[in-house]
Design a protein around this ligand. Structure first.
Ligand SMILES: Nc1nc2c([nH]c(=O)n2[C@H]2C[C@H](O)[C@@H](COP(=O)(O)OP(=O)(O)OP(=O)(O)O)O2)c(=O)[nH]1
Length: 138
């Protein structure tokens, strides 16, 4: 069966205390009010890293060097009519203070507390992987 791929990039921003930045999706959008990693869809012709740098600037008003995007893991899951391919990067260096330009809230979350938050279904394995990665000092 052919599928319509939806490539999405997202970032786990990690602060000096090892906490992860999550944002809350606005009402009216698909998956409203769920907590997610900042990011969004890759536009046609766009490299994944360029898409993530753009999304982080649009959503959080931060500047990120593409070299600071470290690929961690991915999710591959059916999403309605489409198939989501979500690439998750770890980011520890950026310029500026993250601001919620599109989300209704931002939260710096301890890795072990992430799984208590309501997140999109595709994020559940990503969160487990990220938690383990941070536990081993990644
Ligand atoms: N950013 C982000 N999107 C996620 C996560 N988990 C997950 O299933 N998604 C899904 C939700 C959306 O269907 C899609 C991202 O699309 P979006 O609507 O946030 O992207 P966008 O900023 O390009 O938005 P738009 O222009 O289409 O409004 O990926 C996640 O952790 N972060």
């Amino acid at each position: 069966m052919p599928v319509r791929l939806m490539p999405v990039v997202a970032a786990a921003l990690i602060d000096a205390d090892g906490r992860v930045l999550l944002q809350r999706r606005p009402p009216g959008k698909q998956m409203a009010d769920l907590w997610e990693f900042p990011g969004g869809k890759i536009e046609p012709g766009e490299a994944p890293e360029a898409a993530l740098v753009r999304e982080l600037h649009e959503e959080l008003a931060i500047t990120v060097d593409p070299a600071a995007l470290v690929p961690l893991t991915f999710a591959s899951a059916g999403l309605g009519e489409r198939h989501l391919l979500l690439l998750l990067y770890v980011v520890r260096r950026w310029q500026g203070v993250p601001q919620a330009l599109e989300a209704t809230a931002l939260a710096w979350v301890e890795p072990a507390a992430m799984r208590a938050l309501a997140m999109p279904p595709a994020d559940v394995p990503l969160v487990a992987m990220l938690e383990r990665f941070l536990q081993i000092g990644g």
